[in-house]
Design a protein around this ligand. Structure first.
Ligand SMILES: C[S@@+](CC[C@H](N)C(=O)[O-])C[C@H]1O[C@@H](n2cnc3c(N)ncnc32)[C@H](O)[C@@H]1O
Ligand code: SF4
Length: 373
């Protein structure tokens, strides 16, 4: 079954590290919601059928939408798609938007999974990140959501900044575990060129990432979270049994998804397309019925490369028989030859090849060695 991703491109303030598409001016929020509704109509036949396993509101900050904006979008989805209690309906919610009132609204709308961006428990680090909340607020926000009956919560963390050494990272992990959520996503800080952090780093005012420390933090994270009943099912993702993210798992398992809103990507098995990354141009193009996306048809080699890149990040790994079926004999032979050259990086089970935890540190590099043109 397929999923829908809806991009809400607004944030209260710009975090110093973030290069996702968002605007801090909220003036066209209502118009953009109406454009998303129109895009739902325009693309109602994009997926092979209209049954949804997941709907994911990402951003930006979807928790900035008000009740009537959410209702407008859900009404449009209900008209064209089918989903039920078993479907995963997630919103990314920033701690500063989590209140009893909002939680009640979200629950009422059928949202059954919250992704809460904690990032850190260190107030100095949160300030440096230019987050709009402090650590106490974050912890309270998770508890409030649990009290309101949300029983599928994931937390976002970032590691690798100058504020974290190994000891403080271990404390962060243990604090996170004590919040008793079902899922954790934890990302190694990336310094992106156009962000405040990237600019300060280029001027020499902020240090680059210490890769050696980040690697140690990654291995520590894997150990500590595994000891606490989390399964390390994707490089940056940990879920308790039964709580892997359905939406993201679909991406990693090459299932089709429809992406709505500015900058959203879509995939239908044979092509990818991505919407324009500009709010007013997106609204205008949808209004005037002009083009608002670019599209790439995927060749067999593109699809094989993407398969290896995404699968090697997960516990599902690369399945040799599946590779033969999907991509043919020649690519299958190439895959097995590469596996043979890189045996030390892999575990094998019934023809399924997964990276060892140590090798996951270099997953993208290892995957790129398999690429064909
Ligand atoms: C695009 S944000 C949207 C979620 C929400 N607005 C928030 O801030 O919590 C998704 C996640 O990506 C991660 N992220 C964004 N930029 C990053 C970067 N440069 N390095 C590492 N993680 C990053 C953060 O953990 C963030 O929670
Ligand atoms: S991390 Fe989240 S809140 Fe911060 S700028 Fe990026 S999308 Fe917005």
């Amino acid at each position: 079954m397929a999923g829908i991703y809806i991009h809400i491109p607004y944030c209260r303030q710009a975090c110093s590290y973030c290069d996702f598409h968002f605007s801090t001016s909220l003036k066209d929020k209502n118009a953009l919601v109406n454009s998303i509704v129109r895009e739902i109509e325009l693309r109602r036949n994009y997926l092979q059928n209209n049954k949804l396993e997941s709907v994911y509101f990402g951003g930006g900050t979807p928790s900035l939408l008000n009740r009537s904006e959410f209702e407008t979008i859900f009404e449009a989805l209900n008209k064209r798609f089918i989903y039920d209690n078993a479907s995963e309906i997630t919103i990314e919610a920033n701690p500063d938007d989590i209140s009893k009132e909002n939680l009640e609204i979200w629950k009422h709308l059928g949202i059954n999974r919250l992704s809460i961006g904690l990032q850190s428990f260190n107030d100095k680090e949160l300030k440096w990140m230019n987050r709009a909340h402090n650590a106490k607020q974050s912890v309270n926000s998770v508890k409030m959501a649990q009290d309101e009956g949300f029983d599928n919560i994931t937390i976002d963390l970032i590691y690798g900044s100058k504020f974290q050494d190994l000891k403080s990272w271990e404390n962060t992990l243990l604090q996170t575990v004590s919040l008793n959520t079902q899922h954790i996503s934890s990302y190694n800080l990336t310094i992106e060129n156009k962000t405040v952090l990237g600019i300060q780093n280029a001027k020499g005012n902020e240090p680059s990432i210490n890769d050696d420390l980040s690697s140690k933090q990654f291995l520590m994270m894997s150990d500590v979270l595994k000891q606490n009943n989390f399964i390390h099912y994707e490089i940056s993702n940990f879920g308790k049994p039964g709580f892997f993210a359905k939406h993201n798992s679909n991406y990693w398992l090459q299932k089709e998804y429809l992406g709505l809103g500015p900058s959203a990507h879509s995939f239908n098995g044979t092509s990818r397309q991505w919407n324009i990354k500009n709010n007013s141009l997106y609204i205008k193009a949808i209004e005037q019925n002009t083009s608002y996306f670019e599209k790439e048809e995927l060749s067999v080699s593109n699809r094989f490369n993407e398969y290896v890149l995404t699968r090697l990040r997960t516990i599902w790994g690369c399945n040799a028989q599946e590779i033969k079926q999907l991509f043919g004999e020649k690519i299958h032979a190439h895959f097995l030859k590469m596996i043979n050259d890189k045996q030390k990086d892999f575990d094998e089970n019934n023809g399924v090849y997964t990276l060892t935890t140590q090798a996951r540190l270099y997953a993208d590099g290892i995957a790129s060695d398999f690429f064909i043109s």
